[in-house]
Structure formats: C-alpha cells, structure tokens
Design a protein around this ligand. Structure first.
Ligand SMILES: *Cc1c(COP(=O)(O)O)cnc(C)c1O
Length: 364
C-alpha cells in the first residue's frame, strides 16, 4: 500500500525528544519559544505563538481579534470542518461563499458581496497548499475594516507573490501528522501585530499575563516542549520536504491522463499538502475504489462541504453553493508526500491512467 500521507520522522526528532525528556522541563518552555522564533522567521513575521493544535490556533486567533456572538466571519465551505467550527466556538456565525472551481479556494468577489453590518472578519483557507487570492481579499478587508485570519493549516511555506502565507493577516497553522511538517499534534499563530500576539499568548494560558493574575477567560491550549522539539527538527527539513512535494506533483501532472490536474496560478507557490485532481462524468467513487484495489492510498478531501454537514443543516444552513458541492463530488487526492519513490510515482500514474486514461503511459 502506498499511503496517502506519511510523516517522516528521523534521528534528529528522536534525539531532540530524548533531550527534552531528560531535561525535566516537559511542558511549554525553552523549546516552544525557540520553535516560535524559528517559525516566525520562516514565515517572515515578527511574532509566532504555539498552541496545542491547528484548531486551537484558529480558536485563539478569533478570540484575540475580539470575535464573538453577533459577529459574522466569511469563509469557504470547501475545507476541513475545523475552519468553520472555530468560528462557532467563539459564538460567531460562519458565512459561507462559493469557491473558484479552478483553485478550490474562496472567491474574493463573493466575499465582498456577502459583507453585512455584522461582518468582522474574513477567513480564507489556503486549501491543499495553494494560497488563496490574497490581493483582492486584503483590499476588501481594508475597505471594510475587517480582520483577515488565514487558515494556513495545509500551507506551510506556500507563497503568494513572493510572500509566505501567514504573513498577510493572522496566520494559523497545524502540525498534525499528515501536514507538511508535524509535531504529532500542534499549532501556531503568526502575526506582525504585537497586541494580537500578546492576546494570543494570554488566551492560550488561562488569560494569564502575570503569574496567577487572570484578566480574561482563557484556556489551556499550550504546546509542550516535547512537541516543539519535534517541530524544530521538522522545520529544518520543511523546505526540502516542500521541494520534493513540488517535484512529485510536477511528475504526476506531466504523466496523468483523463483527470483534471491541479492548477498553479502565476505568482503562487503551491506546496501540495494534497495533490487533488477532478474525475469527471460521475466516476470519482469508482476511481477511488479502483485505486484502493491497486494498493494506492487515496481520499476525497472533502466529500461533504461544511454547509451540508448534518449539524450545520440542523443549525438552519440551507443554501446552495454549486461549485463547492460539485467539487465535493469530483475531487480525489493522490499521494504526493516526500516519502514517495520514483517507482511509487510510476505505480500511481499507471493505476490512474488505467482507470481514467488510455493506460499506456509506460508501455513501449
Ligand atoms: C488540519 C486542519 C485544521 C485543524 O488542524 P488540527 O491540528 O488538526 O487541529 C484546520 N483547518 C484545515 C484547513 C486543516 O487542514
């Protein structure tokens, strides 16, 4: 079986964890601070605040921006559920607008059309590792005084016009094992705003700025030094991982037949958290099964858009977003991670071409 994702943990990570365990300093300490500083530098921002997951990073970032009941946050329905759930956690309302069928990302013109007097923030998701179209999003945000919270949980190192994601607004990252780098579980908030960074630090630690003085309701969303030690070792490999993902994606795009390959618009660096194709003519589920039978890890990310999930429907969401709904029916992701060999890439290509194309890619 060729897995759809595979964390690459080496001797550096193991050694780093053993050092922390031996130090007696287990939870948030010097490793977390070093990881925050290194990650901020990598993203090209002044501040980074580590959290326990990507989900808690989004939750804390929304709270730090003052989002709460009565507020609306405009976001995409074609994402992992955590993006929208974080908006619910703070008592605000996710407002879903449709996606661009080529990039799978939120459509900025629809964001503008969805603004009301309750809108306080925009949450673009850099889906699959491809940055959302940030210029028009930032323009609308500036015009209406809205916060921009980037869900960059799939896009460590992705770039839009030469700038790394997480540096346009308040960035939120995940280090779940399938992501471009991992800490097992973990998250990070990035920002250039000192006040937002300070608020995030307080909220992640029970609203505590001075020891045992609590000015606001906070949480225990800390990262541990054990996890940060893994993260530091992984961060040193991130560029190599990303370059390998990009090279693997190039190979697949050059060889696949009969599927719609991912687009990379001019001026964007796609870091291929997922390599996602479209299978047309209602054949997606049959191709998913065919790939699994051939030992290839695959998945539909995501089979149901958020606005159509059961509990969102139960909350009264009753809208049609045709492109998100069509994507949910047509997408399929193929392995693209840096653990793949050339033989794996050939196996994947042959299987897809047998199922979707004329099947002759490697025959003489
Ligand atoms: C992974 C992910 C999250 C949540 O991250 P966790 O670390 O799993 O909590 C949020 N948004 C998107 C788009 C993700 O892919």
């Amino acid at each position: 079986m060729i897995p759809i994702a595979q964390p690459l943990i080496g001797e550096e990570e193991k050694q780093a964890v053993l050092e922390v365990l031996g130090s007696g300093m287990l939870t948030q300490g010097p490793r977390v601070q070093a990881f925050e500083e290194a990650f901020a530098q990598y993203c090209g921002v002044k501040y980074a605040v580590a959290t326990s997951s990507g989900t808690t990073a989004l939750h804390v970032a929304l709270l730090a921006h003052g989002l709460g009941p009565g507020d609306e946050v405009i976001t995409t329905p074609f994402t992992f559920i955590a993006s929208a759930n974080a908006i619910l956690y703070v008592g605000a309302r996710p407002v879903f607008v449709d996606i661009d069928p080529v990039t799978f990302n939120i459509r900025p013109d629809l964001v503008k059309a969805a603004i009301t007097s309750h809108t306080k923030a925009i949450m673009p998701v850099h889906l699959f590792g491809l940055p959302a179209d940030m210029d028009p999003i930032l323009e609308v945000a500036g015009q209406y005084g809205l916060a921009v919270i980037e869900d960059a949980c799939q896009a460590h190192g992705a770039e839009y016009k030469g700038k790394r994601v997480g540096s346009f607004g308040t960035g939120c990252f995940s280090f779940y094992p399938t992501k471009n780098i991992t800490t097992a579980e973990g998250g990070m908030i990035t920002t250039n705003d000192e006040e937002i960074a300070e608020k995030c630090r307080a909220i992640r630690q029970h609203g505590m700025r001075k020891r045992y003085y609590h000015d606001e309701l906070g949480f225990n969303f800390r990262m541990t030094d054990v996890h940060a030690a893994i993260g530091l070792a992984q961060l040193g490999k991130l560029e190599r991982f990303n370059e390998t993902r990009i090279a693997n994606a190039r190979y697949l795009s050059e060889h696949l037949q009969g599927v719609v390959i991912p687009a990379v618009p001019e001026g964007r660096r796609h870091v291929f958290h997922q390599y996602t194709v479209r299978v047309l003519d209602g054949r997606r589920d049959a191709v998913l099964d065919g790939l699994r039978e051939r030992g290839i890890g695959t998945g539909a990310y995501y089979p149901v858009p958020v606005h159509q999930q059961r509990f969102y429907k139960d909350m009264g969401y009753d809208l049609t977003l045709p492109e998100a709904e069509r994507a949910a029916q047509e997408v399929l992701s193929l392995p693209v991670h840096p653990g793949l060999s050339v033989a794996d890439l050939q196996t994947i290509t042959e299987a897809v071409n047998e199922l979707c194309g004329d099947g002759i890619t490697f025959k003489k």
